[in-house]
Design a protein around this ligand. Structure first.
Ligand code: SF4
Length: 386
């Protein structure tokens, strides 16, 4: 398939792996964080970590939309869905995120709540149009990629006079989260998460452009290479990061030039600026309260703000004690550090949010990585029997 096969060519991947191996300095380590779940998925699915030299470490970041959604926000959505006559619409992965009391939106639906999976915000507007006698709430989540469509939905609802439509806005912002990771105790004081550079988001950057990353490349002295989600994109970005680190540079470079520009998508950014404004603070799973890291609906569109319409009050809820999602999202631990990984917690029965979406670090490792773990354990045993 054009524009897909070219970026999955095994021969080219081996060539890039050889270039990385030739250029790494054996006397140092390269600790690189892929912020996005899309990159985590590509690294796991295509076995890219196996192609890298031993001193290049890939650390999973918090860029998976459902993984960073705190339990309290899912609880809010379940409470909304329990209101008589209300229809709650949301994206598929959100349905399975564990909430308080062993519930999830999927389980609430099984108990009778009218919760509908939609492919886009436009679907939610359509449902509101088709059910003028019912209140319809779109439970909006995600990074800068899904924010413009939510803005469009609100503007369409206003233009059509759909007074039964509103949005429970939980959109979050990437640059604030990256700054928060670099400011974290683990990185700054304890040094338990050594971070030398970042693979920057793909889809998010098509909207916001590469410019917003320039601040923390300069401020924190860490290089960023924006990369597409195909395996060759990731390998090329790793090579570019290795070169920057070898040269002592900390710049923003763009590997994903086929889709990302410095300034991003002006129309999408204007839509977002028209409908949303910054929240002073927002809780992220794993990162805690992060200042100026999320969006809320502006006063001008208050009629479509579910938080105002239903007086939603947020309460923070701790994660399941067994779950290490918080540490995994901060890059402090790996999925296999969790005692219930692959036993009690599986994609069919997720205990934490990182096991829900295919972009979550635990789900990606469960799907593509655990057989390798088993092989590594089995190999020395087989050796001993010889
Ligand atoms: S394996 Fe499950 S419980 Fe453990 S950290 Fe991952 S999502 Fe949380």
């Amino acid at each position: 398939m054009k524009f897909i096969d070219e970026f999955r060519d095994g021969g080219l991947a081996r060539g890039l792996a050889a270039a990385i191996a030739a250029e790494v300095d054996p006397s140092r380590r390269y600790n690189l964080m892929e912020f996005c779940g899309g990159h985590t998925h590509a690294i796991s699915r295509y076995g890219l970590a196996d192609l890298l030299p031993e001193n290049v470490d890939m650390i999973h970041g918090p860029g998976c939309p459902v993984c960073v959604l705190p339990i309290g926000r899912i609880d809010n959505a379940i409470e909304l869905a329990a209101r008589p006559g209300l229809i709650l619409c949301t994206y598929a992965d959100t349905m399975r995120v564990p909430a308080s009391g062993g519930l999830s939106l999927l389980k609430a639906k099984a108990r009778g709540a009218d919760i509908r999976m939609v492919y886009s915000s436009a679907d939610a507007v359509r449902i509101a149009r088709e059910h003028p006698d019912r209140e319809v709430v779109f439970f909006a989540i995600g990074f800068e990629t899904t924010t413009p469509p939510t803005a469009v939905a609100i503007r369409h609802a206003e233009a059509e006079g759909l007074s039964n439509f509103s949005v429970f806005c939980n959109h979050v912002l990437t640059p604030a989260a990256i700054s928060n990771i670099l400011e974290s105790k683990e990185v700054r004081e304890l040094g338990t998460v050594p971070l030398d550079g970042f693979i920057g988001p793909a889809h998010v950057s098509t909207v916001i452009g590469s410019q917003p990353y320039e601040y923390f490349a300069e401020e924190y002295g860490r290089p960023v290479v924006i990369a597409g989600f195909e395996p060759l994109d990731v390998m090329q970005a790793i090579l570019m990061l290795v070169r920057q680190l070898n040269d002592g540079r900390a710049e923003v470079e763009n590997e994903f030039t086929r889709a990302v520009t410095r300034d991003g998508n002006a129309k999408a950014k204007a839509l977002v600026a028209d409908v949303f404004e910054l929240r002073r603070t927002f809780e992220w799973r794993g990162l805690g309260e992060v200042p100026w890291s999320a969006l809320r609906i502006k006063e001008r569109y208050r009629a479509f703000d579910a938080e105002a319409r239903y007086a939603i009050e947020y309460a923070s809820v701790p994660d399941n004690k067994a779950c290490e999602c918080g540490a995994i999202l901060r890059g402090v631990k790996k999925p296999t550090d969790c005692k219930v990984f692959g036993t009690v917690c599986t994609p069919e029965n997720p205990i934490g949010s990182c096991m829900v979406s295919s972009e979550g670090a635990c789900a990606a490792h469960y799907t593509y990585g655990r057989f390798k773990d088993a092989a590594i354990v089995a190999a020395p045993a087989a050796e001993a029997r010889r």
